[in-house]
Design a protein around this ligand. Structure first.
Ligand SMILES: Nc1ncnc2c1ncn2[C@@H]1O[C@H](COP(=O)(O)OP(=O)(O)O)[C@@H](O)[C@H]1O
Ligand SMILES: [Mg+2]
Length: 427
């Protein structure tokens, strides 16, 4: 008999709140992994990872770091002929909302102990470089050693260095130590959240000349690297083809997530064929949705002592997800868009149900669906849905064509059951 899993094994079989860090849990993405592997080996090229929200960018970045530090588990799992162990000093930084511009970004990377800070203090030359800069960075960042600064400040020629020059000198000093064969890899996640990344591209350009041992990987929500860097000029040379654009996951890849989750609990509970298909279909390419819905379906099955999850269980789970606000952010956005109007809900759902492969919604089609709910003035609600008041989740592309700004939200709209029951006219 199979061993009964613990509650925590059940709870962690799916991981909606965490990146897929363990290679064994990382499903599919052969091409992207391959691109990352080669990008790491391409001298002088930075790396970009772009794609929609919840599509798996941070997870891929985690795998990139593993490969960069010599872990070839995934590469081997995917049967990629990888003879070479890659060796970078690697660090990861997620921007969050606290980084406003390029200067702050560089400062953060310099001063966090899980980024450059600990290396700096081990290397005298790097330390000397940062010491002179301290007065500008300020006490709050560097802590205790404020007293020594006044004397240093008089060395004007050096203190006038801007943060990018200091950064460049520091990483150069570290690179000269030859701590790792391939150099230094700095992953910056959530780059899209930096409000003013102006100057970052030219910083990269200068760095490529001065310290070619440093490789950046920038990750964020965008269609391409130009959009991510909010840069008008060409950035092609900086990335030399090493841009990984993550598409929606295929159904086979999404199913693999389900199989991996089952394996992690020794298949004590499984999703039957239809339940898997249902889960995969509602995810619309987003691994996040598989993890979110899968997690609650599994929890419920465990509680009910059921060993096989069927499609109806997945549907029942969806209802619970909306009610308990399992993802408060997505649910909050749904509430904002719908607010108190059953008609607006119909129109929002109609739009989400008619997204074509290229992400566009043709209103003529969507309005037909809304008409089934007896909404005959759909355009009025579309007019509301584009405004900030209702979350501006959709935007107009051209006459009669709209799109959801965030495909993950659209998938959530499709998956979530209706909030309002329709008042059907009495016949
Ligand atoms: N290749 C993958 N295999 C399994 N799960 C994945 C994979 N990629 C992403 N996920 C899961 O999907 C969710 C979103 O992934 P994440 O990397 O955080 O996306 P993003 O950074 O693009 O928003 C997480 O729960 C993560 O564990
Ligand atoms: Mg992420």
């Amino acid at each position: 008999m199979t061993k009964i899993p613990t509650i925590s094994e059940i709870e962690n079989a799916f991981q909606p709140a965490r990146e897929a860090d363990e290679p064994a849990r990382f499903a599919g993405r052969t091409q992207a992994v391959l691109d990352c592997y080669y990008a790491l080996l391409t001298a002088g090229s930075n790396i970009g990872i772009v794609g929609n929200r919840g599509i798996g960018k941070s997870s891929l970045a985690r795998q990139l770091i593993r490969m960069a530090t010599g872990d070839n588990t995934l590469v081997q799992k995917l049967h990629i002929p990888a003879s070479e162990r890659i060796d970078f000093v690697s660090m990861y930084f997620a921007c969050g909302d606290s980084v406003a511009n390029t200067e702050e970004l560089l400062q953060r990377i310099l001063t966090r102990s899980d980024c450059l800070r600990d290396w700096i203090y081990d290397i005298p030359k790097a330390k000397a470089e940062i010491e002179v800069y301290k007065p500008k960075i300020g006490v709050s960042v560097f802590g205790l050693e404020a007293e020594k600064r006044s004397e240093i400040r008089s060395d004007k020629a050096i203190t006038d260095h801007s943060i990018d020059v200091v950064f460049s000198n520091v990483v150069q000093a570290i690179a000269q130590q030859k701590l790792a064969k391939h150099g230094i890899l700095i992953v910056i996640d959530e780059f899209d959240r930096i409000k003013q990344p102006a100057g970052f591209a030219s910083f990269l350009k200068a760095l490529a000349t001065n310290v070619p041992e440093v490789k950046f990987c920038i990750v964020g929500v965008a269609q391409d690297i130009k959009e991510l860097m909010k840069e008008h000029e060409s950035t092609d040379r900086l990335f030399a083809g090493s841009i990984v654009r993550l598409p929606a996951m295929t159904d086979a890849e999404l199913s693999e997530i389900v199989r991996n989750a089952e394996k992690s609990i020794d298949e004590f509970i499984v999703f039957d064929h239809d339940a898997t298909s249902r889960l995969v279909a509602l995810a619309q390419g987003h691994p996040y949705m598989v993890h979110l819905v899968g997690k609650f379906a599994l929890r419920s099955a465990f509680q009910r002592n059921v060993s096989k999850i069927v499609a109806a269980d997945v549907d029942a789970t969806l209802k619970g997800i909306a009610e308990r606000g399992a993802d408060p952010v997505l649910e909050g956005r749904y509430q904002k868009a719908v607010a108190t109007s059953a008609q607006r809900e119909s129109v929002l759902r109609a739009l989400a149900s008619k997204i074509s492969r290229d992400g566009e919604v043709w209103t003529t089609e969507a309005y037909k669906v809304a008409l089934d709910d007896d909404v005959d003035n759909s355009s009025q609600y579309v007019g509301q849905l584009v405004t900030e008041e209702y979350g501006a989740e959709i935007e107009k592309i051209r006459e009669r064509f709209y799109r959801f700004k965030d495909s993950l939200f659209a998938a959530y709209v499709n998956a979530r059951p209706r909030q309002f029951t329709l008042a059907r006219p009495i016949v």
